[in-house]
Ligand binder design. Structure first.
Ligand SMILES: Cc1cc2nc3c(=O)[nH]c(=O)nc-3n(C[C@H](O)[C@H](O)[C@H](O)COP(=O)(O)O)c2cc1C
Length: 160
C-alpha cells in the first residue's frame, strides 16, 4: 500500500506543538536550540519525550552527557524562538540574546521564560533523521505561570 504523502503531511502538521528552548552542556560548552517535538510520556516517573535532529550539534551532546533542559517559552517570545533555530557563528552564541543560569543538574535555565525542567536521559530511539529521546524530569523551576508559546500561533511549520 502506498503512503499518501500529501495526506500524511497535512495530518502530521495538525499535531499541536508548543515551543521550547532545549539546553545542553558538555564541560564548558553550552548550547540551546528551539524544539517543538516535545510531549509528556509518563506521570510516574515523570517522563518527557523530545525528537532531536540527528545532524544538529546538540544531538551528540545529549547522547554523551545524558542530560538536557527544556525551557518553556511565553506566548510573546516568538522572536527568541527564532534566535534559537537560526544558524550561529559559534556554539552557544544564541544565549547572548537570552541571559540564563545553570540549574542543579548544570543545565541552562533562561532567566526570562515560564520556567524550565532538567532531565536525565533514560532512553532513545535512533531511527530516521531525528532521534527520539526520553528524559526523566529531575528538577522543575517555575518563574512566571503565564500562557505558553504555541507553534500554531507563529505561522511556522515544523513537521509533515
Ligand atoms: C518551528 C521550529 C521547530 C523546531 N523543532 C525542532 C525539534 O523539535 N527538534 C529539533 O531537533 N529541531 C527542531 N528545530 C530545528 C532546530 O531548532 C535547528 O535545527 C537548530 O539550528 C539546531 O541547533 P543545534 O544544531 O545548535 O543543535 C525546529 C525549528 C523550527 C523553525
Amino acid at each position: 500500500m502506498d503512503l499518501d504523502l500529501e495526506a500524511k503531511k497535512v495530518l502530521l502538521r495538525k499535531i499541536p506543538h508548543g515551543l521550547f528552548i532545549c539546553g545542553v552542556r558538555e564541560g564548558d560548552e553550552v548550547n540551546g536550540f528551539t524544539a517543538s517535538w516535545v510531549t509528556q510520556g509518563s506521570f510516574d516517573p515523570p517522563l518527557v519525550v523530545m525528537a532531536v535532529r540527528a545532524e544538529g550539534s546538540s544531538h551528540g551532546i545529549i547522547q554523551r552527557t545524558k542530560l538536557f533542559s527544556l525551557n518553556f517559552l511565553k506566548s510573546d517570545q516568538k522572536d527568541l524562538a527564532a534566535v534559537f533555530f537560526k544558524p550561529q557563528t559559534a556554539l552557544g552564541g544564541r544565549f547572548e540574546s537570552a541571559p540564563f543560569e545553570f540549574g542543579d543538574l548544570g543545565l541552562p535555565i533562561l532567566d526570562n521564560a515560564i520556567g524550565a525542567i532538567e532531565c536525565e536521559l533514560i532512553g532513545e530511539v535512533v531511527h530516521g533523521d531525528h532521534t527520539v529521546f526520553v528524559g526523566e524530569v529531575k528538577t522543575a523551576t517555575l518563574k512566571n505561570d503565564v500562557q505558553p508559546l504555541n507553534l500554531s500561533s507563529t505561522g511556522w511549520t515544523y513537521g509533515g
